[in-house]
Ligand binder design. Structure first.
Ligand code: GDP
Ligand code: MN
Length: 343
């Protein structure tokens, strides 16, 4: 049973979002990652695929940032793989630290007793805080309209025969994602309460046709659904907006990046679901992708023959958060037509 959303996407003529490298790039955009020197080979693997599937035709620049200076070996190792311009940056003090309002003793106690992945790590929490609140404000990203986030060790399975930046800009999309999952709830115990307090104080930031329904269960509690932000294509005016900035500052003050282990994925996702309209959030169901250890492998006819993944290996398309997103978006865009429970 095809839905209107799916039909609408199938009807898109993607060739209009193709262009040649001879022309100037239609969007000020870059492929961006926070990475460590030790990620060199995982990142090279990811870049090799990004180049082969997409960027060797377009040559969007890369921007890599790190909390310590990149080594010459790293810089050479990644630059070899692309004709595109590659920029390297470090972080300022504010963006990579434990803020002074965090109670050190309480924080140490949390790290000793946390029972979830990366629960003992200081660097992981700084990383999540940085990706939530600072990456989009890094000076190297100042002139960008859009970014595409990549990470070491990710894989891109399908030939991407159009420019997703151009597609998003011309379609008015501000947030693009391809995997949605439930979060480890222990890492975000008070994130939803804090978010609700924020909304009570700043109701003006809620978008009129938002996707809040996607986030809550029937009792109004957070269901943990979030987009995996290791892949995201974002109109940076969203993260630079007063709503997002105020939300990040509020969360940062509340301390949950350290007292818990709030991830940039749920933070970005909750913000997208509350401060954007449903029509501005796009599911890239055509971009086959792997981040350890989850696959998404397109099944649509447009992609047949273009992907090297096995659709039977990928279960996330029909997972709870994915289906709930499609249904919620469908209900908001087409309130009078039946729910989009396609599989
Ligand atoms: P996961 O995807 O949640 O398992 O976390 P990752 O280990 O993949 O980290 C997410 C991203 O942040 C990756 O691009 C890492 O290279 C980067 N990252 C994580 N910790 C650090 C760190 O301490 N320093 C730097 N520079 N990058 C980091
Ligand atoms: Mn990762």
């Amino acid at each position: 049973n095809k839905t209107e959303i799916r039909r609408a996407l199938q009807d898109v003529d993607y060739s209009q979002f193709n262009h040649t490298t001879e022309s100037t790039l239609p969007v000020r955009a870059a492929i961006v990652a926070l990475v460590r020197n030790s990620d060199l080979f995982g990142l090279r693997q990811a870049m090799r695929q990004i180049e082969d599937r997409f960027n060797s035709r377009y040559n969007y620049p890369y921007i890599f940032v790190n909390d310590v200076p990149f080594t010459d070996e790293f810089k050479q190792g990644v630059s070899y793989l692309t004709k595109a311009h590659v920029e390297f940056g470090t972080l300022d003090h504010d963006s990579w630290r434990v803020p002074e309002w965090i109670d050190q003793e309480r924080y140490e106690q949390v790290k000793r007793t946390a029972r979830y992945p990366h629960g003992e790590k200081d660097s992981y929490r700084k990383m999540c805080r940085f990706q939530s609140g600072y990456l989009h404000r890094h000076p190297l990203l100042k002139d960008l309209e859009y970014y595409w986030r990549i990470e070491p060790d990710v894989e891109y399975f399908c030939d991407i025969d159009y420019d997703p930046f151009m597609f998003m800009k011309q379609s008015g999309f501000k947030y693009g994602w391809n995997i949605a999952m439930p979060e480890f709830m222990d890492t975000i115990r008070t994130l939803w309460n804090t978010t609700q307090q924020f909304i009570r104080e700043y109701p003006e930031y809620l978008a009129k046709h938002n996707l809040k329904e996607w986030l809550v269960d029937s009792s109004g509690n957070y269901n943990g659904c979030h987009f995996w932000s290791n892949f995201e294509i974002v109109d940076l005016s969203f993260y630079r907006s007063p709503a997002y900035q105020a939300y990040f500052d509020y969360l940062d003050r509340a301390g949950g990046f350290f007292y818990e282990r709030w991830g940039d994925a749920p933070v970005h996702s909750i913000a997208a679901a509350l401060f954007l309209n449903a029509s501005q959030v796009h599911y890239f169901d055509d971009i086959g992708y792997f981040h350890p250890h989850v696959y998404t492998c397109p099944t649509g006819s447009r992609q047949r023959g273009r992907c090297v993944c096995d659709p039977d290996q990928s279960i996330v398309q029909n997972g709870f958060c994915n289906v709930r997103f499609r249904n919620t978006k469908h209900q908001i865009l087409y309130p009078d037509s039946p729910t989009a429970a396609y599989t």
